[in-house]
Design a protein around this ligand. Structure first.
Ligand code: SAM
Length: 291
């Protein structure tokens, strides 16, 4: 068990998680600037990017890099300094650190060592996209980036397709058309919103069905940054819902059902599950044997 009183000891060190703008420099809070000025060190995903931000706001706090490739080594250093009573801020290139960005491990390590983590609210692309999409916000599921390979994408979407929650994805401009296509194949013709270049000059929302968006995407050059917001299953049209008996099962449980209940060989069970799900046999085979 761990109880944190965030503000009861002014002499103890703190790890501040500080969001930065996702495109519009005005989206930084007074508090974020105050913290970035007062800490003894800022751990940044890319120090060159953060340097530009600091220059813009005339801040000169020392920077240190903290990214995917050095995070383990850095953790120890940062933790030591926090334990000595220093306060450190962590920032990523844009938006909330730890959300499809580095930072989760240092937050976890700081908590494990009974030190304090203080998170500042601020810019985040997924939430802006969700709210502007017009799709239900009562229940949502943030996924982040789907796998790049089509078959992995299809398997992940197959897993998500029974969720009632609105689904949130990040996607690069190079893959957005392909991803829309796989979403249509796996989830049906659901309502989708594409939120592009949020908070920037060319901010745009494209809202419609999967089919409408695919037609639209045919004639458009995809540029910029995107959030994809996809309607959850309970809000989808009746035809899309599907009522197959295996819908609530994982791929492995689906195959096992044929083996255990119907006495099929694993080869035939995989074949049958592939027919049910309308996806290639080899994808079922791989998931079944890897898991
Ligand atoms: N930590 C960030 C956050 O809190 O939103 C997300 C970082 S993730 C590495 C970058 C992805 O977020 C982009 O590829 C894009 O999908 C999405 N994104 C970031 N800024 C965006 C913007 N201004 N408009 C739309 N999507 C954006």
């Amino acid at each position: 068990m761990n109880i944190q009183k965030s503000f009861d000891d002014e002499t103890a060190g703190v790890l501040y998680v500080v969001p930065t703008p996702i495109g519009n420099l005005e989206d930084i809070t007074f508090r974020a600037l105050k913290i970035l000025k007062s800490v003894s060190l800022i751990a940044a995903e890319d120090t060159r990017n953060t340097k530009k931000l600091l220059n813009h706001f005339e801040l000169s706090t020392p920077l240190i890099s903290y990214h995917e490739h050095n995070k383990t080594a850095r953790e120890e250093q940062l933790l030591e300094r926090i334990k000595r009573g220093e306060s450190i801020a962590i920032v990523s290139d844009a938006g909330m650190p730890t959300i499809s960005d580095p930072g989760f491990e240092i937050v976890q390590a700081v908590i494990e060592e009974d030190q304090r983590v203080v998170v500042l609210p601020g810019a985040n692309a997924a939430l802006c996209g969700l709210i502007g999409s017009g799709l239900p916000t009562d229940e949502f599921y943030f996924y982040g980036f789907l796998p790049r390979k089509k078959k992995d994408k299809a398997l992940e979407l197959d897993r998500l397709k029974r969720l009632k929650a609105t689904l949130l994805f990040y996607e690069s401009p190079y893959r957005i058309k392909d991803t829309l296509k796989v979403i249509q194949e796996q989830l049906g013709n659901r309502n989708i919103a594409i939120a592009r270049e949020l908070t920037k000059r060319f901010e745009e929302f494209v809202r419609g069905t999967a089919e409408e968006l695919l037609n639209w995407a045919e004639n458009v050059e995809m540029r910029g940054e995107f959030v994809l917001v996809v309607e959850g299953t309970s809000h989808a049209t009746e035809e899309d819902k599907g009522d197959a008996w295996w819908e609530s099962l994982s791929v492995v449980a689906h195959v096992n059902h044929y083996i255990e209940e119907k006495g099929l060989s694993s080869k035939d069970a995989i074949k049958q599950a592939a027919v049910d799900r309308n996806i290639p046999k080899r994808d079922i085979y791989q998931t079944y044997h890897i898991e």
